[in-house]
Write a protein that binds this ligand. Structure first.
Ligand code: C5P
Length: 234
């Protein structure tokens, strides 16, 4: 049996044509393509429809964070786009997450972003959070999953701390150690993320800024497959 595809590429590129071209170039290597803030603000639902029309599975990374009524209304507007995953911020609280879940079809999973991978302990402490980042991620994930979220976004560093909370685990902040970290703080390799239980890893710049994105994605798929073997051998 072929292992499940676990790679999601973030289509964080400036034009709609570039996003569609990249998605088509990488389609054999990825489980989904991610339309995030940059692409959705610029190209909106039309880009998602085009990608779905081309047979691609879409992760709509909107990171919704507002009062429950507003988030529910936004979710009703995206329901027809048939995305596989839609993100909300866990910091919006349980009622907001329940409102999102109720507004979307069951074929669209609600994924709660815990603490952004660009945050570290020092930033979180300055924000007044009186616990470690790992403990905060656990609290946020627990609240979100209890409120009906189908999964969480977290860095690979907190995967082990989530224990048997359940739900899908989606991990951005993936770096090999050879390329720049950029604005990310809690980074890990795709190998470590999958070995620790990530259902999907989200990768942007290491693929989209590579000289040959398809080669970079193929190499990551091989790395993920070898982590998968170790995970199943345990
Ligand atoms: O380029 P890079 O691999 O850092 O891109 C990571 C992608 O994952 C970006 O599109 C970013 O918005 C998204 N993301 C993240 N951290 C989260 C949630 C989403 O980096 N907690």
């Amino acid at each position: 049996m072929r292992p499940p595809k676990r790679l999601i590429v973030a289509l964080d590129v400036p034009t709609r044509a570039a996003a569609v071209a990249l998605a088509n170039e990488l389609r054999d290597h990825v489980a989904m393509v991610k339309v995030g803030l940059e692409a959705f603000v610029a190209h909106g639902a039309d880009l998602v429809r085009e990608l779905r029309g081309a047979g691609l599975e879409v992760f709509l990374d909107l990171k919704l964070h507002d009062i429950p009524r507003t988030v529910a209304a936004a979710c009703r507007a995206v329901a027809a786009l048939d995305a596989r995953l839609v993100t909300v911020h866990a910091q919006g609280g349980g009622p907001m997450i329940t409102a999102a879940r109720d507004a979307l079809p069951t074929t669209t999973k609600v994924i709660a972003v815990t603490a952004l991978t660009s945050l570290d302990d020092a930033i979180v402490s300055r924000l007044g959070v009186a616990m470690s980042l790992g403990a905060w991620v656990h609290v946020l994930a627990g609240e979100a999953l209890a409120a009906g979220a189908d999964g969480v976004v977290t860095s690979a560093h907190e995967l082990m701390l989530l224990g048997d909370l359940g739900g899908l685990r989606i991990v951005p902040g993936v770096r090999s150690g050879r390329e720049p970290v950029g604005d990310q703080r809690r980074v890990a390799t795709a190998y470590d993320a999958v070995q620790r239980g990530a259902d999907y890893v989200v990768v942007g710049r290491p693929i989209i800024e590579a000289p040959r994105p398809a080669d970079a994605a193929a190499a990551l798929a091989v790395e993920i497959a070898s982590a998968e073997e170790v995970r199943h051998a345990r």
